[in-house]
Design a protein around this ligand. Structure first.
Ligand code: UDX
Length: 438
């Protein structure tokens, strides 16, 4: 099948590369010339395990190409995936400017029947607007080319994107026209039939928001439990195991921490809240999920401040882990950024380490006084008054605490992801703080 994928972010690149792996001829399009040039030479613009290999092998086999020329890619594509960004507007709503522009351009370029599929996370009703934009552009050329629209939201997780695409829990397809349903059924025929759920377009669009909002709710709920645990001298990690073992609750997404970040949860919770408000309903749970998360991003800072008696001037802290979660270089809405601002604002100096996101952090934060970027995580501890674990990369899971103790000027560990054993660290002479633990 000939496929065009417009937008080479996470969703677009993973979709395009993996679909090419199933024998389709895929062209990925982006307006960013530098990015496309890089991809043509085999450079993946972000860190995602396994993606580089899938891209390279399909490129070599002639099934995957990259271009900035949308019309050529779209012209004879049976499926056009729209995978461009939908950033948050100032009011929290999703900005659809890019999605709708691409829809117009598709209408202006199509030469044969096609299914136009939105894969970006878009508010309910967007597929109708896409349909309108494509139709208007076709009409303007006087071209009577048949097309249909569909919604195929993406559930992949950064850091596990390729595996998630190849082995999804489910694929959701919203389609109103039989030809759209048939085409997408054929495209996803590499999956067991029962994994592909067909429904109407609006329900498919809503499914994505409901999934992300529920996952974000689980996290905020557990962060709230952690706050209460601290007040009543209970250990949230024991509570987590106690409730996760109930099959109705499950272990997934109930780990307390420094708050959720990333390109999806914060943006999607805000966008869904905005949609509800627009329709005259004030969503109390979504509001609380967001409020708890915002507050959670400051919790570690408060613990650090308290430990040093409310005064951080002249203090040096080492931060391990900057990306919004392990196995990605992505810093979007990362809690580390909030913590860094808090600490710098209080007069502390910081020694930062991340296995992959260090360069991105340097780009975002700039070289300013009080910030040092270290490529070795033990070196980051040199002369610091405490270690702060922000993102639980595997590299940090079992550090040599003897060495940690030698490098630090003051033996304090602030564990934002409950990775370490309090009793063990205290035995070794560290002050130890975690989330929701006595
Ligand atoms: C998420 C969804 O999982 C995915 O289905 C959707 O398509 C996009 O959004 P992603 O943003 O890649 O994926 O990250 P995810 O692994 O879900 O983690 C999101 C955030 O939640 C991270 O900041 C992570 O640290 C935090 N988190 C996750 C917790 O704080 N506790 C948990 O128990 C799980």
């Amino acid at each position: 099948m000939r496929i065009a994928v417009i937008g080479t972010g996470y969703v677009g690149l993973v979709t395009g590369a993996c679909l090419a792996g199933f024998g389709n001829r895929v062209t990925c399009v982006d307006v960013d010339e530098e990015k496309i040039r890089g991809l043509q030479e085999g450079t993946v613009p972000f860190y995602e395990p396994g993606l580089g290999d899938v891209i390279l092998s399909n490129q070599r086999a002639g099934r995957l190409a990259f271009t900035t020329a949308l019309p050529e890619a779209v012209r004879d594509a049976r499926v056009c995936f729209i995978t461009v960004g939908t950033p948050s507007d100032v009011d929290g709503s999703a900005d659809l400017q890019y999605v709708l522009e691409v829809a117009e351009q598709i209408g202006a370029a199509l030469e044969g029947p096609s299914v136009v599929v939105t894969k970006s996370t878009v508010p309910v009703g967007t597929a109708d607007r896409v349909r309108h934009c494509v139709a208007r552009a076709l009409e303007a050329r006087g071209a009577g080319i048949p097309f249909s629209v569909a919604s195929n939201p993406e559930f992949l997780r950064e850091g596990a994107a390729v595996a998630d695409f190849l082995h999804p829990d489910r694929v959701v397809v919203g389609a109103d026209a039989p030809e759209a349903e048939e085409t997408l059924r054929e495209l996803y025929s590499f999956l067991p039939q029962e994994k592909v759920l067909f429904m109407d377009i609006r329900s498919a669009e809503m499914t994505k928001y409901a999934a992300n909002a529920l996952l974000a709710t689980k996290i905020s709920f557990m962060n709230e439990m952690a706050r209460i645990c601290e007040l009543v001298d209970a250990d949230v990690e024991k509570v987590r195991l106690g409730i996760g073992s109930d099959g109705r609750i499950g272990y997934a997404f109930i780990s307390p921490g420094c708050g959720y970040g990333g390109s999806c949860f914060p943006k999607d919770v805000r966008a869904l809240r905005h949609t509800a408000l627009q329709k005259g309903y004030s969503p109390r749970i979504l509001q609380a999920v967001e409020d708890v998360n915002e507050a959670q991003k400051h919790v570690l800072f408060q613990k650090i401040l308290r430990h040093f008696g409310g005064e951080l001037g002249g203090r040096v802290l080492a931060l391990w882990g900057l990306s919004f979660k392990p196995n990605t270089s992505d810093l979007r809405e990362a809690s580390s950024l909030v913590l860094i601002q808090d600490l710098l604002g209080a007069g502390a100096s910081l020694r930062l380490h991340d296995p992959v996101a260090l360069e991105e952090a340097r780009r975002l934060l700039g070289n300013r006084p009080g910030l040092a970027f270290l490529t070795d995580h033990y070196e980051a501890l040199e002369g610091a008054d405490g270690l702060v674990l922000v993102t639980e990369w595997d590299l940090y899971k079992q550090p040599d605490f003897r060495l940690v103790g030698q490098k630090l000027r003051e033996k304090a560990v602030f564990d934002g992801r409950n990775q370490y054993s309090g009793p063990e660290l205290r035995r070794r002479g560290f002050a130890y703080y975690a989330i929701g633990r006595p």
